[in-house]
Structures are given as C-alpha cells and as structure tokens.
Design a protein around this ligand. Sequence first.
Ligand SMILES: Cc1ncc(COP(=O)(O)O)c(C=O)c1O
Length: 387
Amino acid sequence: MDPIYLDHNATTPVDTQVVDAMIPYMSQNFGNASSVHNFGRDAKVALENAREIVASHINCEPTELYFTSGGTESDNIAILGTAEKYKHKKNHLMVGATEHHAVLETAEYLHKKNGFELDVIPVDKDGFISADSINELITDKTFLTSIMLANNETGTIQNLIPLVGAVQTKRALFHTDAVQAIGKIKVDVKELGVDLLSLTAHKIYGPKGIGALFVKQGVRLEPLFYGGSHEKKRRPGTENIAGAVGLAKTLEIAQSRMEADHKLLTELSDYFILKVQSVLPDVYLNGPKENRIPQTVNLSFQGAEGESLLLGLDLKGIAVSSGSACTSGATEPSHVLQAMGIDKVISQGAIRFSMGRSTTKEQLDYVISVLPEVVNRLRELSPIYNK
Ligand SMILES: Cc1ncc(COP(=O)(O)O)c(C=O)c1O
C-alpha cells in the first residue's frame, strides 16, 4: 500500500487548482504591487481581488484584512502589536491553556521579558473554557484575551460567543487563532464578535508562508516591522501576490466542499474511533465526541509511548503525529492534554490521527489492521502496563 498520510493538521498538499491559480503570479504577472507601471498595477489588482475573496469568506471588510506569512506571524502581530499600543494604560493579558505555542510563547515573552501580567485560562476535560473562568481572571487592566477557535491537537471547537461577550464587557480585545478552523467550519467574524483573528493557508490545501490577520475597524495596534507602507504600514514588506492569490483560491475551494468534506470526515473518524477501540483495549479519545473538527482524532494508547508509536507506524508507512506537530521531538507530554487534566501516563501514549480529503476507508482499515501489532509490542516492553 502507498504511504498513508494522517497528519493533515500539520500541513496539507497544495490543491492543483490552487497551484494553477498561483503560477501566473510567479511568471508572467510577476510585478511588485507597489510599482506604478503596468506590471505593478496588475499585481495590485490581483492582491486586492484576493483580499476581497478572503475577507468575504470570514465576513469582514477588505480594509480589515492584512496578509501575513501565516498563523504564527498573525498571532504575534495580534498579541505584540496590541501590547505595544496599550502598554501605558493596561498591562494584563489572558490566553487559553491549550493555545498553540505561537500564542502561548508570545504571551509568555511579554510576561517574562516585558513585565506584563499574564493569566492562563483553565480548560475542562474536553478543552472547553467557561465564561465564569474569564470573569474570575479579567481585570480593568486586561487589554487582550486570546482563545483559539479550534484546537490543533484535539479538534475541540470552542464556543467563543459567550467568551467574547465576557471579555468585551470589560472593554478588552478578543483575539482568536482560527488556523485549524478556517475552511473546515464556518468562520464569521461578525457572528463571533472577535476583534482579531488569525488564519493560514497551508492547513487547507493552500501554500505555506501565507496567511492573514483580521483586525476589526477601530482596533489599534503597532506593527512588528518597519520599512514600507505595504498593508497600511501594519505589515511592511513586498507582498506575496502568488501566496495571496493561492489563499483566496484555497478558501473558495474549501467553501464549496465544506459540507461534503465535513460529512465524509465525520463518518470516517466515527468509524475509525469505534474500530480502533474494538480491536484494542485501553484506548481513549482525547477531546470531545461532539463539537470537534471531525478530521482530528486524538487517541491515547495506555501503556505505549506516543513517540515510539509514531515511529512504529512510520515503519508501516503511516504518517501521524504525537502531540502537536510543531513540538514533536519534545519529550514532555502535550501541554494541551495536561491542561485538560489527562493523566500524564495516558497523555504520553497519545497519537493524533488527522485525516483529509485523500483519506479513504481502505487506508483506515490498513491502519486498524497494523495498530494491534505496533501497540502490543510496546505494551509488552512497558514496565507499567501489565494487563
Ligand atoms: C492552532 C495553530 N496556530 C498557529 C499555527 C501556526 O501557523 P503557521 O504554520 O501558518 O505559522 C498552527 C500550525 O501548526 C496551528 O495549528
């Protein structure tokens, strides 16, 4: 069997329609959008057209959308940019305990190196945050709260609306990292009420190195870079026209397939969870059964260590992730599972299977057929698993 890729939350192949849309902007239409001549004007038209498409996907004005290099940069601009702007009046920020490192480490940097007060908002056993937790921590000094829309490790979809309400009542800003939600579920900034939102293309069959930050009209922030008037001086640097065109095309395709993909991935993941639990004992689903991005299946195999499982599956031609892809190699159990209160030993046996458009039932059946051998070999070697 061909190699099986079950790591779509780490990244995805670029859709060939997206590649086709991008190629002209790397060859004949290569102009710099800041140039006043014909080449530049064509590039500018393509850039603004892409901005309109991306803006309409999240229901914001094109003037509220800034292209960036991806989720990490958007998260950094949102957090550092507002901190810089508000620091003389407010010095407290809050982030969810299960955020991606792009948010957590940026907030910790502000706290440890710049004297900001930081609170990490606890989550329940499925990764959900309550408005009560926010009310307990928020103060008149809070300038920003950052809580992700969908979690990269467990797929938990946060019910943001009451959380946004709790934060904005205190006249603080709300940022959400929607990197794992965009293109997979409806993301409407007006419905959610958020002030800032990060997105990226490469998790949904778009190119790497392009993303965007939504900044609601009236929200103030300082740029991280200086040296040009691109993106209204909020993100200077010659624009990535091909990337922006690719992001727009990616979202158009995602929109047209969203319902069908969601249905298929729900069926596949329900089937997979049930089957794995029927062929192996002591397998636990991390995260909720409902309100989850269906392509994300995070399972703990008690008595088997995640990294060893990953390598065992890799030898069988199956690509998965243990913990978050960006941190794999770290020996500590995932901070997401720890924040959810999952026992350390169980967390250490966690594997993230993230499915995608190319995933088939046959592929999953193959994974299900090899899992017992890989898991049982590790369980036999385990000093703590003796069932
Ligand atoms: C939730 C989340 N936020 C941010 C990022 C970083 O996005 P990018 O790779 O576009 O910088 C990722 C990527 O793993 C992610 O899953």
